[in-house]
Design a protein around this ligand. Structure first.
Ligand code: SAM
Length: 222
């Protein structure tokens, strides 16, 4: 049955409610706490496909199902669910939204879920190079993960490990305060990372009133 456009718009508005408060990270987290119980329902209704973007790419670079993988901004665990069903058994989730962490935990697909963010000033209690891979879907966008998270993610990734980031292409538009693209480029230029692939996909949202080009970026730590 065709979906009613008002209903689609409502689900889309709910799902993207963190955007209007993106200048205030605390409000962003609060909006995900409010959304946690219905996040998956809204996502499925509007055909949100960032988790699927990362899910498709990861096995191509990390075929080992026992690999230690950190899902940054795991939210309610949509990506973890997909990877766990495929046999990935050492998934760690990280997210500052307490309520989203609770939903992700209830799915039983992560070995560990940590509430917090990965910043040099609040480092996670893992040794350098602990993870074989870092994945992130839908989390690199203004007010969420930004250039300040990248050094700690690089520290946590082992040499030869992969970082797979899926997000909406427009979310990485460079501004004075949002400098993820140029920061990643800096690490490539200084031979810390190698960009191993850049892929675009359509229909990041099946319904939206904006550019819905998705991207999947893959980096290997040298
Ligand atoms: C659009 S949701 C994506 C959730 C999940 N990865 C998915 O694709 O369904 C963005 C998530 O990023 C989290 N977040 C916001 N700031 C963050 C940060 N600095 N580090 C990690 N996660 C963050 C939010 O709490 C939220 O759960």
């Amino acid at each position: 049955m065709a979906k009613n456009s008002e209903e689609l718009a409502m689900h889309y508005r709910e799902l993207t409610k963190a955007r209007p408060v993106s200048g205030d990270p605390q409000k962003v987290i609060e909006s995900y706490d409010e959304l946690a119980a219905t996040y998956d329902e809204h996502s499925k209704f509007v055909g949100y496909s960032a988790p699927a973007g990362a899910y498709r790419r990861l096995p191509e670079v990390v075929p080992n199902k026992q690999a230690l993988i950190l899902d940054v901004g795991c939210g309610t665990g949509m990506l973890g669910e997909m990877l766990h069903k495929d046999g990935y058994s050492n998934l760690y989730g990280l997210d500052p939204s307490d309520k989203s962490c609770d939903v992700a935990r209830s799915k039983g697909c992560y070995a560990t879920i940590i509430q917090g963010v990965a910043r040099p000033e609040t480092p996670l209690s893992f040794d350098d190079g602990y993870f074989d891979a870092i994945v992130s879907s839908g989390t690199f966008q203004p007010g969420h993960c930004d250039q300040n998270d990248i050094p700690e993610l690089i520290r946590l990734l082992r040499s030869g490990g992969f970082m797979v980031i899926s997000t909406r292409k427009a979310s990485l538009n460079e501004t004075d305060s949002y400098r993820v693209k140029s920061t990643l480029k800096h690490y490539v230029d200084t031979s810390v990372l190698e960009e191993t692939s850049y892929q675009e996909f359509n229909d990041y949202f099946g319904f939206a009133t904006e550019d819905v080009t998705g991207i999947v970026l893959t980096y290997k730590k040298k």
